[in-house]
Design a protein around this ligand. Structure first.
Ligand SMILES: CC(C)(COP(=O)(O)OP(=O)(O)OC[C@H]1O[C@@H](n2cnc3c(N)ncnc32)[C@H](O)[C@@H]1OP(=O)(O)O)[C@@H](O)C(=O)NCCC(=O)NCCS
Length: 165
């Protein structure tokens, strides 16, 4: 159902406050305890592969990607992905993911990893990381650690701890 005139734009520094409010409303203070957040607080997200969704001037969604390494291999961590509740179930989230992956690929990135629901992110090509192949710096449900290859075979032979880059 695409009944929202949606624009996907690169995130800019001017978006920071609105995104922070959206994430606060969505995830609450519990977000600071998440393992993925702990990684993100050690490394700034990359504005060149992070996007906002807008209807007119209203910010209704955000996806951020941060530079990390899996073992020695460079990759990106996707998250948070957040859509304003009134604008959910209209394809905004998938549009943000698709745009971010497209841009990451165009910029030469080969791997994107995230912690999230496989039934949702599977639609964008994410697959579960085989148990033990990559480890987050804290507790994560292994079934929710997902990876997308932006180049064929990019995850072959990649393993190790996930760290900020
Ligand atoms: C998850 C979220 C980003 C989805 O955004 P959205 O714009 O509503 O998603 P889309 O419109 O692109 O996709 C909607 C579809 O995904 C499904 N979906 C949504 N969340 C899902 C989940 N966690 N698991 C499985 N399916 C999910 C919907 O049921 C819907 O299915 P349909 O297309 O068959 O009707 C949004 O609900 C949100 O901000 N949630 C709170 C924050 C969050 O959980 N973020 C993800 C973890 S970082």
């Amino acid at each position: 159902m695409n009944d929202v005139a949606l624009t996907i734009l690169h995130e800019t520094p001017a978006d920071a406050a609105a995104i922070e409010r959206l994430n606060e409303r969505t995830f609450g203070p519990g977000r600071f305890a998440k393992t993925a957040y702990r990684l993100r607080e050690q490394v700034a997200h990359s504005l060149d592969v992070s996007f906002t969704a807008r209807t007119g001037t209203l910010l209704v969604g955000s996806v951020r990607l941060s530079p990390i390494r899996i073992g020695a291999t460079k990759a990106l961590l996707l998250g948070p992905l957040t859509v304003e509740p009134a604008f959910r179930e209209r394809g905004v989230g998938q549009a943000l993911i698709e745009r971010a992956l497209q841009e990451a690929k165009a910029k030469g990135h080969k791997l994107v990893i995230l912690v999230g629901d496989e039934p949702y992110y599977g639609k964008a090509g994410f697959k579960p990381v085989p148990p033990g192949r990559a480890t987050m710096p804290g507790p994560v449900d292994p079934a929710r650690l997902l990876v997308a290859e932006l180049a064929d075979g990019a995850f072959d032979g990649v393993s190790g701890p996930i760290k900020p880059d």
